[in-house]
Design a protein around this ligand. Sequence first.
Ligand code: ACM
Length: 765
Amino acid sequence: MGAVLFSVLLSISVARAQEADPARYAIVPYPQQLVPAAGDFVITSKTRLVLPSDKTFFSKEAAQLQALIRQGLGQALPVAAKAGNGTIVLKQDTQLAGEEDYTLAVTPQQVTIAAKTPTGMFRAVQTLRQLMPVAIEGVKNAKLAKMAIPAVKITDHPVYGWRGMHLDVSRHFFSVDYLKKFIDLLALYKMNKFHIHLTDDQGWRIEIKKYPLLTEQGAWREFNNQDSVCMEKAKTNPDMAIDQSHIIRKNGKTLYGGFYTQAQMKEVIAYAAARHIDMIPEIDMPGHMMAAIKAYPYLSCEGGSTWGPLFTTPICPCNEKTFEFAENVYSEIFALFPSEYVHLGADEVEKSSWAKSPLCEGVMKANNLKTVEELQSYFVKRMEKFFNSKGKKLIGWDEILEGGISETAILMYWRSWVPDAPVKAAKNGNKVIMTPGNPLYFDGIPDRNSISNVYHFDPVPKGLTADEAAHIIGAQANTWTEWIPSEKRADFMIFPRMTALAEVLWTHRQDYDNYLLRLHQQYKRLDQLKVHYRMPDLDGFTDDNVLVGKTVLKLQKPAPDISIRYTTDGTAPTMSSPELPEAFIVPGPGTIKLASFSPSGSSSDIYTLNYRKQSFFPPVNVEGLQSGLQVQYFGSSYKGVTKLPDTADSIVHVSNAIIPEGMGKGGKAFGAKLVGYIEVPETAIYSFFLTADDGANLYIEGDKVVDNDGWHAPVQKSGQVALQKGLHPFELKFVEGGGGYTLKLEYRVNGGKIQAVPDSWFKRK
Ligand code: ACM
C-alpha cells in the first residue's frame, strides 16, 4: 500500500472514529468543533460549581446555569472554591478571540466552561443545556436524581455576527409573555438579534409619551380584511383563530389591538439583554404610517392617509413638522432601546402624494432633487444624521438604495426579485443584512421543502469578492403577521425552520442529514417547551394519485411515538380517527385524508390524497426529435395557466423543465409553455413534484398530472401518471404575476428518492 493511500485511509478512519452520534450530541446549531468522548459527567446534588476569582464576572450566567440545574434536580448546586472531581468550572479565557467564543470540556470527572465574556459564557450554557436531559425544559422541577452530560470537547464561535429574527407585532399583536417565549427560543438556538416591527398601517404598538393618540387611537382597529381571512380559515384550523385577549369592546364597537407601555417594553428588552440578545426597534417610515397619520393627520402632505394602488399615503418629507414628529418619536425609542442599531423601515412608499405637493416641489428645487426616489433618500439621509447624532446606526429596507444611499446606512435586503441590491450595497461599502423573501420570509406557508431551503441558504450573494463579502454581516428571517393571528400560528410558522437558520448563521456547516437527526431530538425539547411547531412531514405519496389495479399505501412514521390517522369521508382526521395500518389497501377512487399526531396531541398539516383510476399510457412514436424542450413565451400578465393564449410572443429552447435565464427579468409578469416529450426508461407509476411561484400545471399525454395553478408563493404540489416505457407528450404551463419566480420539477419512481428529472428525458421537435 502506498504511503499516500495509507494516510488517506488513516484520516478517513480517524474522522469516522470521531464522528459524533447525533442523538448523543443533538446540539443545534452544531458547534464549530466537537470531539466526542466516552463516558458521562453526572450532575447530582453533590456536584459543586466553581466560579472565577472575580465572582461577579459570570454571576448572571452562573445563575442561569443554576436555574437549569434546579429545573432538573429541584435544587441549585453548592459553590466550591476549587476545581476538582465532581465540579462544574466557569472560567474566563482572555485568549479567546471573539466575545461569543467559548470552549466546553466535559469529562466523567469535571465540566470546564471557558469564555472571554459573559456573552460567550451564556452561549456555552445553552450548549450545555442542550446536552442535559430534555425533561428539564419547561418545568419548575423535574425531580431528577441525576443528569448525565455526555463527555465531549467543544470549541465554538459564530460565523456571522447578525443572527436575527423579526416579528411584526402590528398586523397582529403578541403579548409580553409571548415575546419572552420568543426570546427564550432565540437564546436556546444562539440567535442574537430580535428585530421588532412595532408600527404599521394596521396598528401602532409602542407607547410614545409625547403623542398619546398613537396608541389611544392607533393601537386599535375594527376587524380588517386580513382578520376576515383568518376567521374564515379558523373554521377548519383552530390556529387561525384571532387571539381573544386582543379583542375589546369600546364605545359599542368591537376593536382588535393592543400596545406595549414603555415600562413593559423595558422589561422585555431587559429580558432579552439577560440572554445576550439585542432588540432592534423599527418604527417604519415614511410609508406604512396609516395608523399614525389617522391619529395625527398633519403628518401627510395632503392630510390623512388612504390606500393607494399598493400602499398607503406616507408621511410628508417636505414639512419640518414631520421631522419634528419623527425625531421626537425616535428620541423616545432611543431612550428605551439600548441597541446601537435602529431600523427606520423605508420600504414600499407610495410617493404620488409627494409628487402632487407644492411643499415638496419647493423642497426638491431647494435641494436639487430630480425624482421622488431622491426625495425619499433625502428623508432617509436626514433621519440617519439624526440617528448618528444620538449614537445610533440606521438600518433600512433595500428600497433605501433607490434614490441614493449614504455610505454608512445598513441595508436590509428583502426583495428577492432585485438580486443585485445586496451586491450593489456591499460593493458600495454598506453593511448588508440578508433577509430575502425566499427562503427567509417565515410568513410564507411552510411545506416539505421549507427547512431544506433555509438550511441550504447561503447568506453571501453571488458576485462579491471575499473583501466585499465581509460586508454581509449576517441574515435574519422575517415573520409578517397579516395572516398570523395567534401565538400558536406564529410558533407553527417559525419552528422548526428557525433552527435551520440558526445553524446556517452560527456554524455554516452543510450537513443536512445530520442536522435532521439532531432536529429530531430537538422536537422533544420543543414539546417540553410547549412550542407548537410544524410536525415533520409525512412522505411517500403525492397529492393526486393513480390507481392501477390493487394499490397499497405504505407510509413510514416520522418517529415511533407519532401516530398517523386517516379518514375516507372527506372530514379532517382527529386523534380518534383510525390509525393507518402499515400497508393500507386503497379502497378505490376517492379521497384519503391523513394527519399525524404527537403524544402531546399536536397535529401535523392535513394531507389530502386524491385517487383516480388509470391504465398505463402506451408510448408514442415520433421521429427526428432533438433534445430539450421548446419554451413558448407570453409577455403579459395572466392570472392562471388556463388563461394563456395559443400564440406565443416568442420561442426559445431549454435543456430541462426550467425558465430560461433572463425571462421575467426585473420582476416582470409573464407566462410560458414548456412543450415537447418526456422519454421514461421503464414502465411504472411516476410521481412528479412541481414547485412553483406563481402557478404551474403539468400535463403528460394531455392528462393533468399536477395542478399548482394560481398566484402564490413557492408551493410544491404533486401528482402521478402511469406510463409505459418510452416517449410521451409533455407540457408544463407556467404563469408569473411579477416579483420573482420559482419553477422546479422533480420525480420519484418505485418509492425511491425525489430527484431532478434528467435532461436526457426531454425531447422536442
Ligand atoms: C417588506 O417586506 N415590506 C420589507
